[in-house]
Every structure is written in structure tokens, then in C-alpha cells.
Design a protein around this ligand. Structure first.
Ligand code: BGC
Length: 737
């Protein structure tokens, strides 16, 4: 049966259809649209089907059974009064059956097209099951690696997060979100979730307006501009107001300032949790507060269906308000093409496995960051090695390399580093595998002896260590972010053999490696690279591919330096140079001022272990000729910044050139550096390129206390280079209007 009818036909304008539908719908049918329920298996199918038939459900979460989706959508379309299909939501975070690298890993590629391709494949795979909505991208700026969800983020920088978030949205939705092989994206978690105090998940956040506007909100604004269909609220409270009851965020900013007209879903029972937060006295109050604040759909809590009808009948909430919430959901469904056709019928096949795995492999390769390479230990020449020791608890763990958030990931698609290395060296060299530790968390050193023997008898040892998937992700936060278990001791034991030690760290967060970094001749940070992590690593280790990733987060030396990020403020007392004082060396009775009176930690200094934007290659890039076409400009003008990058080494490789600015004087202190542009390009040995960036007043402006976005006249520093410490410098003066 065609769902089109006289009040809801694809011939009509969307707003007219919405108005007509709202006129026809009962209050119960309206609040039904606001209700997202959980799939509880076929045992509960009949009850769910009854609810769908009666119009009591707008969306089902965690349903990936095509037959069930088909049956429910058919009931919704043909047996419910208005034929409104369901949104079928699922966390497709970094892949579906084929697992792509973690978002944080993808961010290390600084490659928006690749991030888009990963999301495209994921959408195509997921849509076959009937899923039409994902809860991604997570664009919470994350500056605290203790927080387990840093894995799911694009890191610490608002600009990089904005660009990659928009690319991911495009990959899921494309320019035609009604096309059957797309899924709707969701910008989450609105807002400030990444600032959970102490890195403890779900914790309160205290984000002053300046930081909210300039750091946490920009990626969400960019998501609106990229056409994201939906938003999700955060679990946290911001300055005392939980996000799911936060009218300022959900209405003033999102709807009024940014004109977002898609829909907002709560996080899992986060409306109910308004009571737990202590903001609402009971569930009726919570439903009222969330609905008034601007949450359109209640994820799993059931509060809207239970309470909004009588709140409306008693006049505590107006029918207009209910209509606005429902209208946002109907608009989203119409735009997604759900009402005007059976998307499932038109999309029956996943993309070819080989295509999906090729994208996963490229993404895993570009996600790796080479952090250390003493005496060009890497790449290894496979024809000059007769034996290689593969060591470590992450070397052969198909499920662990997929990382967090892989509900639908098929671990049988994973190719592990051990598999991949063995196949590269087959017939040429011996591969001796010893895990050394049972898991990354083990303290039992019984297996050390065999691992040390293997390393001692081989030409080179490659250690696959890090964190298993369970150590990062939602609610999986750590206070001590060093290598877990006895892994640091394993590294030291292997070091004692005198053989070259190559470390590969597979983890969901930046680890504090200050105490072990010197033990490695070379170190590759691979994150959780997904299905094709193994082949990608083998390609990099043996030089079939060249590392190009750069860090999207700052790496601390020790856990206690956190939060540490490149875009910090200068303070009134910045240190001139990094200095660390061994506190046991301080003389008894030394005068207070003798250690210096600047902003540093006695025992950890001021600098990180590795800065934001950093990553080595198998070649070298040199920067020169930084030029700006004007040193002064008005607000209406544009400055063109150029710099020359040359590949001075012997390998063709990609370099990510970054442009940073600093607003030298502003009435609200500005970060010491801010990323404003980047470019990724491949250069052959000896090849040079002139990279060009444009700077308009938009790049110089920031949000002021009154919410306005303006640049202050005055001087700006500009740096261009290969990481956030770039020293090639020029300047620009913004003239008074
Ligand atoms: C998470 C969300 C997720 C939702 C649905 C929540 O616990 O915070 O990010 O999308 O569950 O699974």
C-alpha cells in the first residue's frame, strides 16, 4: 500500500505535510512519535508490533535483524493510521561488519575524504539490515585521555574535530539522505561531555561560556552547517544544568542561533536521569523539563509517552510545544525518505567485501603515527631478515584490535599483525611468536622467559602491546594511563637482549609513555585499527607503506600532566623552557623561590612527551619561504599565506602541513596556538610544493562574552609547519574598521 494520502503526499511541501499530519494525529499518536524503544528480541515482537500499529512508537534502537525491521516497517506503513515508518537506530561508530579504525585513530589521518569513505562503507553495510540512523559522529572535544570515550572522539582540537565531523556526516548521509544506502547521522553529545571532570565518565562539567563557545560548541555548529539530521544530548550537567534539560543549549543556541530544524534525541534514559542529577523531583517533572528545554525524542526512558499526554491535557505543556517536537521528528523522517518508499526493498546488498576491506586497510595505515625511529630502525628490509620475534599480548587478538563500540563488528574479518607479518615473511624468514603476557593487564611474568628467548634468538623484536578494547570506551576510564599490567617490564626485559626493539602500541587512548619511551628503537602508535590493522601494520613495518599520521591529541609524559593540550593559555607566568626537578634532589630548607616561579610541574615540567600534530615519516620534510601577501588587513580583506614544503628524503610520502595562529592581545585571553587550516599531500623525493592558505577575519575571530563572533584588531602570529611546534613564523595585523 502506498502511504501517500490526501494529507501526506510526496507532492506536498514538507512543512505542509507536517502540518497536515499534526492535524490528523491524536495526542497519543504524537507522543508515540517521541518515543524510542529498545528491541527486546523476537519474544517481545508481538507486543512491539501492537505498539507500532497503534502509533505508540517513533523509533526502535538496537535492532539489526532485517526480517524484524521489515515486518515492523510494514506494520508501521500499512497498519498504523498515518503510515509513519520507524527510525531504526544503532551505534555504528567506526564500522559495521567491517570495522574501521577508532574515530581517534581516523583523526590521526587528518584525511577528511578517508573519514568520509569509512562512514560511507559503514552506512552501506548497516543499511542492509534496516538501520537508518546512527549515533555518530561523536564530536566532543576531548582533552582528557583518562576519559574512556576519547577513543570515540576526533581528539582535542575544535577545528580538526569540526572538519572530520562534517566529513563523517557526509559519509553517512551523503547529499541525499533519502537514498536507501545512507543512514542518518547524529551529532553527539550536545554539549561539553568531553569535559567530564577528572576524566570520569558521566561526571559534571564546569565549562565557562568562553570555553563552551570557543572550544566545545564549534564542531556542533559545523555539524549543523554540514546538514546533520539529528543531535543527541549529553549525560553531563554543565554549570549545574543537565544537558537533557538545558534550554539554553537545546533551544537558544541550537534552534534559535543555529536554526537547526532536525531532531534531538536524549541519551540513554538521560531524561529519567534528570531526577538522579537532582534537577527534577520525579519522572513527570523530568518529562516536562526535557520537553520544554527542547529534547524531541526520549531514548528508551518511556517518560514522554507516559507523561506528556496528561501534562498536555492539564495545560502544563502546550499542544504547540508538543507539535514542535513531533514536527522535528516528522521532518527528519520525511527528509530521510522513510515516508515515501520502502528503503529496505531498494538496498539489499552490502558493498563488496574487498572494497570495504580496502578502505579499512587504507584507514588503518593512515591512522598509525610513527612516534620514534632512532637510526632509521624502520622500515625493516624483509629480505635482510632471517628471523623476527613477534611479541606481546596484542599481536594476535582479532577482537581486541577492533576496539570499543563494535556491536556488529565481525572479528572473523580481522587480520592480526601476527597473521599479516607471517604472510609477508613466508618462505623468507622465521616468525617466532610469544605473547609474553596473557593479556595487556596481566602481571604474571611466567611467559617472559619464552618471550626473551624468542627475542634473543631473532634478528629483531616487534612488540605489540597497549590496551585491550575493554579498557577504553564508554564508562571505561582510567586514572593511571600508563601501559597496564607488566607490559613496561616486558619491554625492558626484551630491551635487555640487545636486539632492536620495535614497539607497536594498540590502544584506545594516548598512554603516558614517559617511563618506557627510551626503551624503543622505534615506536608506532596504531590505536585500535579495526579489521585490517594487521596488514596495515605489516605494510608500514616493512616499508610497503610510509607512515603519515599525526597526533590529534597531545601525549603526556605522565598521567598527572593531564589535562594537557596544545591550545592552552599562556598564563601570567609561563616557563621559558621545559624543566623537570627531581624532588628528592631539592635541598632541605631550600628557599621557596629557588625552584623558579613559573607555571610548571616540579616532577613533569611543562612540555608533553609528543605534541599535537606530531608524527614522523620514513622521509623528511623541510619547510621554508613562509610568505604572507600583506602584513596588515582590514576585516573585509583576506590574507594569503604560502610556504614551501620539500621532501628531502628518499621515499614518496604524504605530509600534513598545518597552519596555526595566535591572537597576541585580546580582552579574553586566547590560546598560545590555534589550528586554523591543514593540507595533506603526497610528495616524491626531492619534490616541493607551495602550500597556500587563506586567512579571513573568520579565522581571526572568536566568541566574546556576549556571544558575538568577532576579531579584535591587533597583531596575530602565524606559523606553518609539520606539527603544533612549527617555528616558521610570520605575522598579520588586523586594522581597526
Ligand atoms: C551513549 C551514546 C549511545 C547510546 C545508545 C549511550 O550510553 O552515551 O553515545 O549512542 O548509549 O547506545
Amino acid at each position: 500500500m502506498d502511504m501517500a494520502n490526501e494529507y501526506n503526499s510526496s507532492e506536498m511541501a514538507i512543512e505542509e505535510r507536517i502540518r497536515n499530519l499534526l492535524t490528523e494525529m491524536t495526542l497519543e499518536e504524537k507522543t508515540g512519535q517521541l518515543n524510542q524503544v529498545q528491541w527486546n528480541g523476537w519474544e517481545a515482537f508481538d507486543a512491539l508490533a501492537d505498539d507500532v500499529r497503534a502509533g505508540r512508537v517513533g523509533s526502535v534502537i538496537n535492532l539489526v535483524d532485517r526480517a524484524a525491521v521489515d515486518a515492523l516497517q510494514t506494520i508501521a506503513r500499512q497498519e498504523s493510521r498515518h503510515g509513519i515508518p520507524l527510525l531504526i537506530g544503532r551505534d555504528v561508530i567506526h564500522g559495521f561488519h567491517t570495522v574501521m579504525p577508532l574515530p581517534l585513530a581516523q583523526a590521526s589521518s587528518w584525511n577528511p575524504e578517508l573519514v568520509r569513505d569509512c562512514a560511507r562503507i559503514s552506512a552501506q553495510e548497516a543499511a542492509v539490515t534496516g538501520v537508518n540512523w546512527t549515533f555518530a559522529p561523536m564530536i566532543d572535544v576531548s582533552r582528557d585521555p583518562r576519559w574512556g570515550r576519547v577513543a570515540e572522539s576526533f581528539g582535542e582540537d575544535p577545528y580538526l574535530t569540526s572538519v572530520l565531523g562534517a566529513a563523517m556526516i557526509d559519509g553517512y548521509q551523503t547529499s541525499d539522505p533519502a537514498s536507501p544506502d545512507t543512514i542518518l547521522a547524529c551529532a553527539k553529545h550536545f554539549a561539553g561531555y568531553g569535559a567530564s571532570e577528572g576524566g570520569r565518565d558521566y561526571n559534571s562539567t564546569n565549562i565557562p561560556p568562553n570555553e563552551m563557545r570557543n572550544v566545545h560548541l564549534p564542531p556542533f555548529k559545523a555539524a549543523v552547517e554540514a546538514g546533520v539530521a539529528t543531535f543527541m544530548t549529553s549525560f553531563g550537567d554543565i554549570d549545574g544544568v543537565p544537558a537533557s534539560g538545558n534550554e539554553w543549549l537545546l533551544t537558544d543556541v541550537l534552534r534559535e542561533e543555529w536554526s537547526f530544524d532536525g531532531m534531538v534525541v536524549s541519551d540513554w534514559e538521560s531524561i529519567t536521569q534528570l531526577c538522579t542529577h537532582g534537577m527534577c523531583e520525579d519522572e513527570v517533572d523530568a518529562a516536562l523539563v526535557a520537553a520544554q528545554a527542547g529534547v524531541d525524542m526520549d531514548m528508551v526512558g518511556g517518560l514522554y509517552s507516559a507523561h506528556l499526554p496528561h501534562l498536555c491535557e492539564s495545560g502544563e505543556i502546550s499542544m504547540d510545544r508538543i507539535d514542535q517536537l513531533v514536527g522535528n521528528i516528522l521532518r527528519t523522517k520525511i527528509r530521510a525518505g522513510l515516508i515515501d518508499g520502502d528503503r529496505l526493498d531498494q538496498h539489499t546488498e552490502e558493498p563488496a567485501r574487498l572494497t570495504a576491506l580496502a578502505v579499512a586497510r587504507q584507514a588503518a595505515t593512515e591512522s598509525c603515527v610513527l612516534l620514534r625511529n632512532e637510526k632509521d630502525t624502520l622500515p625493516l628490509a624483509s629480505d635482510q631478515i632471517s628471523s623476527l620475534a613477534v611479541i606481546g599480548p596484542m599481536a594476535n587478538e582479532p577482537a581486541e584490535q577492533m576496539g570499543t563500540w563494535v556491536f556488529d563488528g565481525k572479528s572473523e574479518r580481522s587480520v592480526t599483525p601476527l597473521d599479516a607479518i607471517t604472510s609477508v615473511l613466508e618462505g623468507q624468514a622465521e616468525v617466532d611468536f610469544e605473547p609474553g603476557l596473557e593479556t595487556t593487564r596481566s602481571h604474571d611474568k611466567t611467559l617472559f622467559t619464552r618471550a626473551v628467548e624468542a627475542a634473543a634468538s631473532c634478528d629483531v623484536a616487534v612488540l605489540f602491546i597497549g590496551e585491550e578494547a575493554i579498557l577504553s570506551g564508554e564508562a571505561h576510564c582510567r586514572a593511571d594511563i600508563t601501559l597496564p599490567g607488566a607490559q613496561a617490564d616486558l619491554v625492558r626485559a626484551i630491551r635487555q637482549t640487545g636486539k632492536p626493539v620495535i614497539g607497536v602500541i594498540m590502544a584506545g587512548r594516548p598512554l603516558a609513555l614517559g617511563d618506557v619511551i627510551e626503551e624503543f628503537d622505534a615506536l608506532v602508535y596504531a590505536w585500535h585499527g579495526g579489521s585490517m590493522s594487521g596488514p596495515a601494520l605489516a605494510d608500514l613495518l616493512f616499508g610497503r607503506a610510509v607512515p603519515s599520521g599525526k597526533l590529534p591529541v597531545t601525549f603526556p609524559k605522565v598521567s598527572g600532566q593531564v589535562p594537557i593540550y596544545y591550545g592552552h593559555k599562556n598564563t601570567g607566568r609561563p616557563p621559558e623552557a621545559d624543566k623537570v626537578i627531581h624532588i628528592d634532589d631539592i635541598e632541605k630548607g631550600a628557599p621557596q623561590t629557588s625552584l623558579g616561579m613559573t607555571s610548571f610541574l616540579l616532577d613533569a615540567g611543562y612540555e608533553p612527551l609528543f605534541p599535537f600534530g606530531f608524527g614522523l615519516s620514513y622521509t623528511q620534510f623541510a619547510y621554508s619561504d613562509l610568505h604572507i601577501d600583506r602584513h596588515e588587513m582590514t576585516e573585509k580583506e583576506m590574507a594569503i599565506v604560502t610556504a614551501t614544503v620539500i621532501n628531502t628524503g628518499t621515499r614518496t610520502a604524504s605530509e600534513i602541513t598545518q597552519l596555526y595562529i595566535r591572537d597576541r592581545v585580546a580582552r579574553i585571553t586566547r590560546p598560545v596556538r590555534e589550528l586554523k587550516a591543514f593540507r595533506r599531500q603526497e610528495l616524491a623525493p626531492g619534490e616541493s610544493v607551495q602550500v597556500e592558505f587563506q586567512l579571513s577575519v573568520n579565522e581571526l575571530a572568536y566568541y566574546h562574552r556576549d556571544g558575538s563572533f568577532q576579531a579584535e584588531p591587533g597583531d596575530f602570529d602565524i606559523w606553518v609547519g609539520g606539527d603544533s611546534r612549527a617555528d616558521l613564523h610570520t605575522s598579520l595585523r588586523l586594522l581597526k574598521a
